[in-house]
Design a protein around this ligand. Structure first.
Ligand code: SF4
Length: 374
């Protein structure tokens, strides 16, 4: 068992240097599955003995990606494409790409044409109320499974799938527990540290990350609750990076007490359910249970309610919208939940998030002003 400080240092190194993790797994003879955001069925790759690793781009200048994508494609996909074309992901056995928005539709084809890593692409059904959508996704996931079996020359048994589902659910529960503990430990869990904990989960085999999270949780539970006297905010959006962006929160006495970010808690707040005749059906049903996310159509539009619940639960007095540049699904949602927040007396601030080297001076000024009104 490692102590809290050691584990927080470990997640920092992992989150800041995913390439080292990648090389470590390759050197150990592991097969790595690249996972485009979001919600790809990592658990199937895990059951095949692979290490699923998240592909969330990086702060990088985009040159080669311009041959494939228009300038108004979101920076996340531009960045993944750029890194793929540069050969950064060389050594990956395959990548999973879902088609969740218009940009994804282009990228799944561009990737096949420009990057020589086998691609497994599939679709999520958007009419999630119909039982037929579960059947459809089960068929899609069986296709994903068959492709992995074909690439690896192996069989994925139901027993292995059950085992991986258990591991993924245990991991998700630990992430939820950590998120619940954060508001009482804002002295050690700064916005940047919180982000490292969340981000590290994408680059480590979940069995290993479970041990990391158990130690972090035990370390936090052993500490007395800290009386934070600064302001508290909730983050929403796809990602809140780079670190220099999060540093502005710290510089202005703003604690991140909860998030609704694609890269963070949206991944972990929905477990793979118990209902289902087959294990693959259970994995498919997780999609129907996801909520408050613009990528999973929700007729009731629960995102505003969810943000208000997070604020109430964590005593947050404001919401910061980390708006990925050119992300249509996120932009469409904004006016709806923003109206709801305003009516409830919760101020919000929308800031552009980019993955090209940029300075965040404008965000700094706006966050300073926002902090004053909270
Ligand atoms: S959902 Fe948004 S961030 Fe994700 S690929 Fe589509 S446009 Fe990019």
């Amino acid at each position: 068992m490692a102590n809290l400080e050691e584990r927080l240092n470990e997640v920092k190194l992992i989150a800041k240097g995913p390439k080292a993790q990648f090389k470590k797994y390759i050197a150990a003879g592991k097969k790595v599955m690249g996972c485009f955001p979001m919600y790809v069925p990592e658990v199937i790759a895990h059951a095949a003995g692979m290490v699923p690793m998240g592909m969330w781009g990086a702060q990088t200048e985009q040159k080669l990606s311009k041959l494939y994508l228009p300038a108004f494609a979101c920076p996340l996909m531009q960045s993944n494409m750029e890194l793929g074309l540069r050969g950064t992901y060389e050594g990956m056995t395959a990548v999973m790409i879902p088609t969740m928005c218009d940009t994804f539709r282009c990228v799944s084809q561009n990737w096949k044409s420009g990057v020589k890593i086998p691609t497994i692409s599939f679709s999520f059904p958007q009419n999630r109320k119909l039982e037929a959508s579960v059947e459809f996704l089960e068929t899609e996931y069986n296709y994903v499974k068959e492709r992995i079996e074909e690439i690896l020359g192996t069989k994925i048994t139901d027993e292995a799938l059950e085992k991986s589902v258990k591991i993924y659910n245990e991991h998700a529960k630990l992430m939820m527990k950590f998120a619940d503990l954060v508001p009482d430990h804002l002295d050690v869990i700064t916005p940047t540290v919180r982000h490292w904990v969340m981000k590290s989960a994408m680059f480590v085999d979940k069995t290993e990350h479970i041990e990391i999270m158990k130690d972090i949780i035990a370390g936090l539970e052993a500490r007395p609750a800290y009386n934070w006297t600064g302001k508290r905010v909730v983050l929403t959006g796809i990602t809140a990076e780079p670190e220099s962006f999060l540093q502005i929160f710290e510089d202005n006495g703003l604690a991140v007490v909860a998030d609704d970010l694609g890269q963070e808690m949206r991944q972990y707040r929905t477990l793979i359910p118990d209902e289902g005749k087959t294990v693959m059906e259970r994995i498919a049903r997780q999609w129907n249970k996801r909520f408050a996310c613009p990528l999973a159509h929700d007729e009731k539009f629960s995102r505003g309610d969810h943000l208000l619940d997070l604020c109430a639960k964590t005593k947050a007095t404001g919401v910061v919208v980390c708006l990925m540049k050119f992300c249509d699904p996120e932009e469409y949602d904004f006016p709806l939940y923003n109206k709801q927040l305003r009516e409830a007396g919760i101020p919000s601030l929308s800031l552009d998030v980019d993955q090209q080297p940029t300075n965040y001076d404008q965000a700094r000024t706006r966050l300073q002003a926002f902090a004053e009104i909270l």
